[in-house]
Ligand binder design. Structure first.
Ligand code: UT7
Length: 346
């Protein structure tokens, strides 16, 4: 995993919008997040650093990788996607790369795609990256960032303070960060690997989480008016997304366990997308799981969208919660609306 060095506490956000540590912790569990300071570094850079860490962790060279999958909803450029540039930055030559745009379900989808390609014998070893630079979605001018980082004493320009307060329900949720995994074929017959996935989409709910402006149905696809009207800032119907996530993620976990002939009693660890600690507590409660069978780290990173699952997996593993032979289930729900679960025998 990799997160940019700049840490933003809830109190720091209170310098540029009407919010408080108390509100954010109570409603979301988030205490801080990492954000990129300034233009120039995007999700590609964060993803490359996570990919390098994953390769080094597996004692692998870029030439060992047959296929790259890059999941992000905050790509460096409108096109091309980050995947090919990531492969090039790692020094790969002619390695095919696929870009996934599945928002908070991006990494989970990537796991399913990687597993399917490996099972089909198309590729042997796949590098999967999930990375986001949400700070790029925040259209705040430099003087606002300077107040946030404490480079300028402030106070924040009142017009921007008001605009930011209008987007505070979203601005406090997201963090920048990346994670990566290498998945490889296992022909030993020892039963280790992904056992199955349950993936679903309800496109009628697209408007519950979306970016209203910037797109090729507009002429031109981006305009000054659009930017001034904050058309590049995501819209989140918070309560409805909260409800969907806390109902659909447990249903997906139950389905994937049933599909793979396992039960909740067999489950060793549930790793959930990190959008809101309260959502994850509701999921845990619905499934009746004890604390030792779940692991969350949204408190430190906020919602890093396609980055959450690999980041939470990395930290759970580092803390010794992912043991050889344990049954781990990943679950996520994101804009689309896409959701699902994948079960893996470690
Ligand atoms: O991965 C998917 C991405 N996103 C999500 O999954 C989001 C899921 N939803 C949520 O996490 C929660 O719905 C939120 C954290 C976004 C919002 O929490 P909520 O408990 O649903 O609050 P609310 O939007 O109903 O707002 C309650 C009040 C409002 O004030 P009034 O109208 O009652 O006076 C908001 O203006 O809280 C206010 N509020 C805030 N106050 C301080 C909203 N955001 C903030 C804030 N600081 N950051």
């Amino acid at each position: 995993m990799y997160v940019p060095p700049g840490e933003v506490t809830n109190d720091m956000l209170g310098r540029i919008m009407d919010t408080s540590d108390e509100w954010i912790v109570q409603r979301t569990g988030i205490r801080k997040r990492h954000l990129v300071d300034g233009a120039g570094t995007g999700s590609l850079e964060l993803g490359v650093k996570a990919a390098e860490a994953a390769l080094s962790n597996g004692s692998l060279a870029p030439s060992d990788i047959d296929f790259v999958i890059f999941a992000t909803m905050t790509p460096d450029l409108y096109f091309p996607g980050n995947g090919g540039m990531c492969a090039a930055r790692l020094g790969m030559k002619n390695t095919h790369a696929l870009d996934i745009r599945m928002q908070c379900a991006g990494f989970l989808s990537g796991l399913q795609v990687a597993d399917a390609f490996i099972r089909a014998g198309v590729y042997e070893r796949v590098l999967l990256v999930g990375a986001e630079a949400h700070s790029g979605l925040m259209p705040w001018p430099r003087h606002v960032w300077d107040v946030l980082w404490g480079n300028s004493e402030g106070p924040c320009d009142p017009e921007w303070y008001q605009k930011l307060t209008g987007m505070r329900d979203r601005a406090v949720l997201f963090g920048d960060g990346a994670g990566a995994m290498v998945l490889e074929a296992n022909d030993t017959g020892d039963g280790r690997g992904f056992l199955g996935f349950v993936m679903e989409t309800d496109g009628t709910q697209w408007d519950k989480l979306h970016v209203p402006g910037v797109g090729c149905r507009f002429r031109p696809y981006i305009s000054h008016d659009m930017v001034d009207a904050l058309g590049g800032v995501p819209i989140v119907e918070g309560r409805q997304v909260f409800r969907m996530a806390s109902q659909l993620m447990p249903a997906a976990v139950n389905s994937v366990l049933a599909q793979t002939g396992r039960t909740l009693a067999d489950l060793d660890l549930l790793l959930m997308h990190q959008a809101n600690l309260r959502i994850n507590e509701a999921v845990q409660k619905q499934l009746g799981l004890p604390d030792e069978k779940v692991f969350n780290n949204i408190q430190k990173y906020g919602n890093t969208t396609a980055g959450t699952l690999p980041i939470v997996f990395h930290e759970a593993r580092t803390e010794g919660k992912v043991k050889d032979g344990s049954l781990v289930v990943f679950t996520a729900l994101g804009a689309g609306v896409h959701w699902g679960a994948g079960a893996v025998q470690m």
